[in-house]
Every structure is written in C-alpha cells, then in structure tokens.
Design a protein around this ligand. Structure first.
Ligand SMILES: [Zn+2]
Length: 380
C-alpha cells in the first residue's frame, strides 16, 4: 500500500524560502475511522519522527485490505520549531517571535459562541452515531468561520495561521495522536483523558498522567475537549454515552535525541492501539495482554514539578525513573555566595513519595529554575 503524499505550504520566510508540511495519507480498501498522527510539535522533541518513519515503512508493506479507514501521518509538523537553535541546543518549545508555547495555541470549539447544553438537549432522543455526525458537522462549520478569518492575511498572526492548517488536518479524525518527548529528559508515558483509561492501556506504556484539568489550548485537548463537554451535558440529561473519539499525547523519552527504546515503544504502542481500534488488521497485534497491561496513572494535579530553591549547581540527583519516599534527598545544590563565606551543599528533599519521571538537562540553576518532576500516588 502506497501513501498519497501531499505538501502544504506554511510560511514564506524573509529570505524568500518557504516552509511546508508534508502529509502521508494511507487509505484502506474500505472506508472506516481516521487516525491522525503528528510528531515534533515542540522543536527538540524528535523521537516521534522515527516512530512515524517506521510506521510509514510498515504500512507500505501492508495490503490495502489490512487497513480499515485511513491513517494520516505528519512528521516534523512544526518546521519553525524544529529548525530553531540556541547555541548547540534545540530550543523550539516556544515561538521565538511571540513567546508562545507551540502546544498552547490551538482552537477550542468549546470556547466559541456555542451552547453545548442546548445542543445536547436538541439531540437527546437521537442515536449515538446521529449525535456524533451532527456534532462533528457543528464543529467543522464553526471551524470554517475561523478559516475565513485567517484568509485575511494582513490580520493573521503565524500562530493563528499555523494552528488552523494543523487542525484542519485532524478535526474530522476519530483518533488523534500527538508524539512528543520531554524537552528535557524523561521516561516514556502518555497523557490520558478521564473516561478513556481503558483505551490507554493499548499503548502498552507503563506510566500515564490523567488529565483532571485542562484548558483546551494544547493540541490533544483542543481536539477532545468539546466531545467530553458534550458527553457531560448528555450525561446530565440522563443519557450516558461515550463517543468513539480519542486523543493522546505520547511522551517518548528525552529531547534532542531519538532513544531507540522509546522509539520502539512508540511504534509498538501505536500499532497495538490501531489494531485494538480495528483500523489495522495485523498478525501480531493486538496483543492478548492489552486489557491487563499495568498502566500506572497519576492525576495531572499530582504530577509535581520541583524548582530550585536557590541558585547553584545540581549534583547527586536521583536517577530518572526511580522511586522516592517523602523526606528522601532528591538532589543537592552546590551553592556559592558573595558574602565571604565558604560554598555550601544544600540537600533538597522529596515532599511526597512518587516516581521521578522528568528531569532537567541543565544542571546549572538560577533560583526557581526547573529541576525535576515527580508522579505522586501512582495507581494502577
Ligand atoms: Zn512537547
């Protein structure tokens, strides 16, 4: 099966050069669900590109009859971010022009002038597929008005233009997967929305963060939040439903590198997920153990970030992926002074038990710089 490959112009640079997106579209023999997968929205987070490369290579080997529906793949989905450098480092987490985090710019249907409660009331006697079709239509219609406004290029920032192009590729999808890694260094884990925990196991990752709060600005949130809002409204009317619509952010290892183990986990997880969702018909997936996979979830509010209480250099930090107990030393700060005193070593203790899932790359800290993150009260 060969993909249809199309390029989409994004931006003309001052030098006269253009930046573009390239989309790889695999279409199965029969229509079905659509999965949309992108990587490298944050410039340093490159591991998903290797995952997409492997997926393309594997999908090409399949017969059209093994794909029900379609899979769209967009590697290096943020060229400005990918190409950004500060000295030797990939610094493309923020748009250097307006300072915005590239993954906090997206369009959320729920924040437009819509009355989802009223829509839910109008649909409560319809079937789930009918409601889904009608709601999708509403979202796409509203999105058209956004597209119209961005057509006036004299009034459109790059963030607005870029998000519109990216979201136009996925708003009609059923499954959205946004491949990230830490911009620093991290274990492999995913972000999971509440009520989608069972599906999360299909990615076969060991850890996840459960999104008990979100504002809709991130790519995964912007896609799913309006659907979760409708589910909530229907539930309040006594109609408990779950749309077969999901979005995920996979965090595959560390920034500025493509750790083979993280890449392998990403490929395996996505294949297993797509097989569980019956998009892909593969011999080796889904794995029978999927429903029993021990995914340890922690609430987003219990993923705690530690910042340096004073300036200095970090030493003897606990290993990434290790567990700590309350009161144990997380790391030390070698602290110098200009008060005619000797340098000091300061122990920083864990304020609660948990798993170290993300650590800073830079071991030099100004006061209040980020040092590490702990998943507290991890549960299975
Ligand atoms: Zn990211």
């Amino acid at each position: 099966m060969q993909p249809k490959i199309s390029t989409i112009p994004l931006i003309k640079l001052a030098s006269g050069d253009y930046l573009s997106l390239q989309v790889y579209k695999f279409q199965g023999a029969k229509p079905g669900k659509k999965a949309y997968i992108q990587s490298n929205l944050h410039g340093a987070e490159i591991s998903g590109n290797a995952v997409i490369h492997h997926l393309i290579a594997d999908l090409i080997k399949l017969d059209e009859t093994q794909l029900m529906g379609e899979i769209w793949l967009v590697p290096v989905c943020n060229p400005l971010g990918v190409n950004q450098r500060a000295h030797h480092f990939s610094s493309g987490r923020y748009n250097s022009y307006d300072g915005k985090d590239w993954n906090r710019i997206f369009w959320d249907y729920e924040k437009t002038e819509v009355d989802i409660a009223e829509f839910a009331r109008s649909q409560q006697n319809l079937s789930l597929p009918e409601i889904q079709t009608n709601y999708r239509q509403k979202i796409l219609e509203q999105f058209q008005t956004l597209i119209q406004t961005t057509k006036n290029q004299s009034q459109t920032s790059y963030s607005e233009s870029y998000r519109t192009i990216l979201q136009s590729l996925c708003l009609d999808a059923d499954y959205v997967i946004d491949l990230h890694s830490s911009t620093n260094q991290a274990i492999d884990y995913l972000y999971c929305f509440q009520s989608r925990e069972e599906s999360a196991k299909a990615f076969l990752l060991d850890y996840g963060i459960l999104m008990n709060n979100y504002d809709g600005d991130a790519f995964d949130e912007a896609f799913l939040k309006p659907w979760l809002a409708l589910e909530k409204q229907l539930s309040s009317l006594g109609k408990t439903v779950k749309f077969e619509i999901e979005s995920w952010t996979l965090e595959l290892g560390s920034g500025m590198k493509m750790n083979p183990e993280s890449v392998e986990k990403g490929i395996r997880g996505i294949k297993n997920y797509l097989a569980c969702k019956k998009l892909l018909n593969l011999d080796e997936f889904p794995l029978p153990a999927t429903s029993n996979h021990p995914l340890k979830l922690t609430l987003k509010s219990q993923a705690k970030r530690y910042y340096a209480p004073t300036g200095g250099m970090i030493q003897n930090r606990v290993e990434l992926g290790s567990s700590v107990k309350t009161g144990e030393t997380l790391y030390q700060i070698l602290s110098f002074n200009k008060t005619e005193n000797l340098p000091q070593i300061i122990d920083i203790k864990a304020e609660s038990s948990g798993v170290i899932f993300d650590v800073s790359t830079n071991h030099t800290v100004n006061q209040c710089d980020y040092v590490l993150s702990v998943m507290e009260q991890v549960s299975t």
